[in-house]
Design a binder for this molecule. Structure first.
Ligand SMILES: *[C@@H]1O[C@H](CO)[C@@H](O)[C@H](O)[C@H]1NC(C)=O
Ligand SMILES: *[C@@H]1O[C@H](CO)[C@@H](O)[C@H](O)[C@H]1NC(C)=O
Ligand SMILES: *[C@@H]1O[C@H](CO)[C@@H](O)[C@H](O)[C@H]1NC(C)=O
Length: 400
């Protein structure tokens, strides 16, 4: 049985074109023995969106405006990422999917198989476009896609979800029953077989890393209060299910005591706005522990008064790439959207002031200059040089 399933899996992989797993070697990531970097964009909506719809005949959850993205939207954004020079996407909704009828787990330990379709398609499309994925498994907040509050509520712990929240929120990390619920959720996700690839998410090297959560903390914003015992337990469990998966510590910021967890490969921080001292301090701390680091989110628009110029901030990341141990292995802009495919005449907007629309004819010259700087940076991270032009990325249009 075991041998047969290995043969089946490898024949599917051969049809797809086999790909290797990314590995961590000290403070460097490697693919097939060579330096590999993980840079690109946050595309948080790949598994479930909140910015389009309702679409006649398609599932829609009105209270949070949630709907599955069209297949064409997903294909288009992969085209955009290729043209931008990205190697990776960070996407919340390929892992965070709890608490509403369209989620993977609408309620405790009840799996909605229909929710896998959008996730399966996105993982497959990323793979076909040579893009890899970094996927958070829960969220610190109470947004449309779900997060830690669902796991608490399912066990009768109803805490205020606006920060600062009730200290009882710590039960997400400390209550054995709730930790076991979360691990069962992770198992449900990672053992699912993607019909487009014949591989489980645990097996498919397209998913480079699972992140224990997005911007995790305790009751107070950015308090770093994530128990080391929890991160150790969850990261070890991810590797038990997927031995070749890398693990990102989802704590918001660098918690020094967590740097020694052997089953964590990557630490991260978010940049609202771009900030050079914070970046260099983090690189020093993570480098001293012989681990790797990503800037999981950064504000790309340059509209914030307090921001360092984006090109100066990129230069710090790029300079590290000349070292044998770069420590910082990538960064991800917040956040990328495309057209309302099959309607290739209209863009989808997420009204947070940070939406990047690559190729939008109504972009200002300043916006296109920022996008061009991002593109040059992404190619530099792969060791390639490109000019300032922004080549067209095809929109698949109707037919999906
Ligand atoms: C780690 O990288 C170094 C330098 O590139 C190389 O010599 C060594 O073989 C690598 N170790 C592993 C386990 O791949
Ligand atoms: C964990 O949560 C369950 C369900 O709410 C509760 O019965 C139990 O007492 C909690 N355990 C601890 C140690 O607080
Ligand atoms: C990194 O190395 C390249 C190639 O040797 C060089 O062109 C570039 O100036 C270096 N960058 C920094 C920031 O040192």
């Amino acid at each position: 049985m075991k041998l047969l399933s290995v043969l089946l899996v490898s024949s599917v992989a051969a049809q797809l074109g086999a790909i290797s797993s990314v590995v961590r070697n000290g403070s460097e990531l490697q693919l097939n023995g060579k330096r590999w970097t993980a840079s690109g964009a946050n595309v948080y909506w790949l598994g479930l969106d909140e910015n389009v719809g309702p679409t006649p005949g398609e599932p829609y959850y009105e209270p949070t405006k949630a709907s599955y993205p069209s297949k064409g939207r997903v294909t288009e954004i992969m085209n955009v990422l290729q043209v931008l020079g990205a190697t990776t996407i960070r996407s919340h909704t390929l892992g965070v999917s709890t608490g509403n009828p369209l989620s993977l787990w609408p309620t405790l330990r009840q799996t909605n198989e229909a929710a896998f379709e959008a996730i399966d398609w996105a993982v497959y499309q990323a793979r076909e476009h040579g893009i890899r994925l970094i996927v958070p498994l829960t969220d610190n907040y109470d947004y449309y896609h779900g997060g830690r509050y669902n796991f608490l509520r399912w066990r009768g712990i109803n805490v205020r979800t606006t920060l600062p929240t009730d200290p009882a929120v710590m039960q997400f990390y400390t209550n054995r029953t709730i930790v076991d619920d979360f691990k069962e959720y992770i198992r449900t996700l990672l053992t699912h077989v993607n019909p487009y690839t014949g591989l489980t998410y645990a097996e498919d090297p397209t998913i480079v890393a699972y992140e224990t959560g997005n911007e995790l903390g305790g009751a107070v914003f950015q308090d770093l209060n994530v128990p080391v015992t929890w991160t150790t337990d969850i990261s070890a469990y991810i590797k038990e299910l997927g031995p070749s998966k890398l693990v990102v510590d989802g704590t918001y910021g660098i918690q020094k005591v967590a740097l020694k967890i052997t089953t964590v490969d990557i630490y991260s921080n978010h940049f609202w706005p771009a900030n050079i001292p914070k970046l260099t301090t983090d690189i020093a701390a993570v480098g001293a522990a012989s681990k790797t680091y990503i800037a999981g989110e950064y504000e790309w628009t340059g509209n914030s008064q307090s921001a360092a110029p984006l090109t100066d901030w990129f230069a710090v990341v790029e300079a590290q790439q000349n070292k044998s141990q770069p420590v910082v292995v990538g960064d991800h802009l917040w956040s990328l959207f495309g057209h309302a495919v099959p309607d290739c005449s209209k863009y989808v907007d997420h009204a947070d002031g940070n939406t990047m629309h690559y190729g939008n004819p109504s972009n200002s010259a300043k916006t296109n200059a920022q996008i061009s700087a991002v593109r040059q940076h992404l190619f530099k991270m792969k060791g390639e040089a490109v000019g300032t032009a922004l080549p067209i990325a095809p929109c698949p249009g109707a037919g999906f």
